[in-house]
Design a protein around this ligand. Structure first.
Ligand code: TRP
Ligand code: ZN
Length: 477
């Protein structure tokens, strides 16, 4: 069996020196006077990306209005962020890398702000009360950056031959809009993109309108279901567009770089059927539309499970299409609580490939498992060894969250569960898991507890200890 390359690879608030009894009295009497807020945290303590995300608020909606000129590589944007304060806030952080901020308003009033690295700190005119919903608008412009991941891969704003491609996993979205860029804070989105007439802009969700005036076209996309910012996407360029519906009536929107159209056609024609197969196996599809984007960003060799519409860096193969569509359930709808829980994404999506193979006349999942365990799944012996480099639930560092222990060994964990409980309970578990955390977040401990609850008479302790958390190759398959 041959492997396919998945990847090419506090703002201090001046504390007035009031005696504490008096300070307490002020807090009690002046709650709406705005003296009691403290700054939100600059990160959510992700074990792998400590600066990612921000504390003190929860975003409910992003309204992004973008205008892009590929010739000048010039982006002008406005991000209207609706959020709820989770504590009394005197200031809060947004993540934004590069670009020039022109202005920030909160609840319609000019706010003061400053920048340090990827942190944009906003101090609203008035403190925000815990539980309050507020609106912050950031106006910005500039040439967005391509970001290099800890593992060397490229994301953020990527140039293409005829436009641009914005991809976000794990930290790329801060290159094109300010936000709470951590998977734990999901929100709905409206993304409007204006581009020179003749080009198109494709994004997540459903296309609400498409208008052209004075030589520029605007595409308005709407995502009602919660979306993590790392799976938000914009693709700008010339595209062949195919719209259809699946047998169950789900709208399909496929955009293909014209240069890849011929090579992509055969596999993309399988998309509606794969969607039906996945809904049958994983449960009801969690979103209102599906599709795909085929577009080549400079130096990008990976596919990404961008919500509704995964992106492929060229004509996809069937396994990769199955993989990215499976992520819609496992990753996009049920989203990891932190980047440590990546194997819940990649183990499931990889196992989806094995199941698809098994159901379509190829190797059984057991055969794939056995080949990996023996070490002859890969042509290259060192790739076979790499599967055992670290346990799926504990990647060595941020540079390794997309290595094969997260993918293949993660899938092996899922297979071990299937072997322990049998097929009936197994499908109950994978469908029930997707239903239980639909549109939410979950971590590894949630998953192991869920599995144990679904099969109380079985013992999973060895699987967790040796396969999920244990170092090295487990003794017996
Ligand atoms: N999630 C992608 C996939 O499975 C691969 C990927 C792209 C990735 N960028 C990443 C994984 C960054 C981890 C981190 O197809
Ligand atoms: Zn994946």
């Amino acid at each position: 069996m041959v492997s396919r390359p998945r990847r090419i690879t506090d703002v201090p608030r001046s504390s007035a020196s009031v005696p504490s009894a008096l300070a307490a009295a002020l807090v009690l009497t002046a709650c709406s006077g705005g003296v009691h807020g403290t700054p939100g945290a600059a990160g959510v303590r992700d074990p792998y990306f400590p600066k990612a995300g921000n504390g003190g608020y929860d975003v409910t909606h992003y309204g992004l209005t973008l205008s892009y000129d590929p010739d000048g590589r010039d982006l002008t944007g406005s991000a209207e962020i609706t959020a709820r304060a989770t504590k009394n806030l005197s200031a809060f952080h947004l993540d934004l890398k590069g670009l020039d901020v022109k202005s920030v308003t909160v609840e319609g009033r000019e706010a003061s702000w400053n920048r340090a690295g990827q942190e944009l700190t906003v101090r609203p005119h008035d403190d925000l009360d815990r539980g309050e919903t507020f609106r912050a608008t950031v106006r910005y412009s500039g040439s967005p950056e391509t970001i290099t991941d800890p593992d060397g891969s490229k994301e953020g704003w990527l140039h293409t031959a005829d436009g641009a491609l914005a991809l976000g996993e794990p930290t790329g979205s801060m290159a094109w809009f300010p936000g709470n860029h951590h998977p734990s804070d999901k929100a709905s989105y409206d993304i409007a993109v204006t581009v020179p007439e003749g080009l198109r802009a494709v994004s997540n969700g459903e296309l609400r309108s498409e208008t052209t005036r004075q030589g520029r076209s605007t595409f308005r996309w709407h995502t009602a279901e919660p979306m993590a910012s790392y799976v938000a996407m914009v693709a700008i360029g010339a595209f062949d567009i195919r719209r259809s519906t699946t047998k169950s009536g789900l709208p399909v929107y496929v955009a293909v770089d014209p240069g890849q159209a011929k090579a992509s056609a055969e596999v993309l024609a399988k998309l509606p059927g794969i969607m039906e197969w996945e809904a049958y196996n994983f449960g009801p599809y969690p979103f209102a539309s599906t599709g795909a984007v085929v577009d080549q960003g400079d130096d990008v060799g990976y596919a990404l499970e961008t919500q509704n519409r995964p992106v492929f860096p060229g004509a996809p193969d069937t396994a990769t299409l199955v993989h990215e569509l499976a992520h819609q359930w496992y990753g996009d709808s049920v989203t990891p609580r932190s980047w440590r829980d990546m194997w819940l994404n990649e183990g499931f999506a990889t196992y989806a490939e094995w199941l698809y193979e098994e159901d379509h006349g190829g190797d059984t999942a057991q055969e794939t498992f056995d080949a990996l365990y023996r070490g002859d799944y890969y042509d290259d012996a060192s790739a076979g060894e790499a599967v055992w480099a670290f346990p799926p639930a504990k990647p060595t560092s941020a540079a390794h969250i997309s290595d094969s222990p997260v993918y293949e060994r993660g899938a092996m964990v899922i297979h071990k569960i299937r072997r322990t409980v049998g097929d009936d309970t197994f499908y109950d578990i994978i469908q029930g898991w997707a239903a239980a955390h639909r549109h939410g977040n979950a971590d590894t401990a949630d998953f192991t507890a869920y599995v144990e609850k679904k099969a109380p008479d079985k013992d999973f302790s060895g699987i967790w200890k040796d396969w999920l958390y244990g170092d090295g190759k487990p003794a017996r398959p």
